[in-house]
Write a protein that binds this ligand. Sequence first.
Ligand code: ZN
Length: 81
Amino acid sequence: MREDEWTSWLACLGRLSAEQLLQLRQCLDAVAAVDALEAALLRWRSQHPECPHCQGLYVVSNGHADGRQRYKCRRTSTRAM
Ligand SMILES: [Zn+2]
């Protein structure tokens, strides 16, 4: 959104009815909920790498080698990373 559009949009907020304000709040809450869900999913995925063999998410930590964390797939019992 261009800056002038944003300024106009903000200026309109004072003219919204109570029902319109409620609708706006519900829209913003929905966006915030989706953002929070995406952030949680990204955090979870960064902590649970995908197995390159079966694409499964049943991967657990399996010690260290060469200074790097190693993982093992519980489904295929292969070294995942
Ligand atoms: Zn696997």
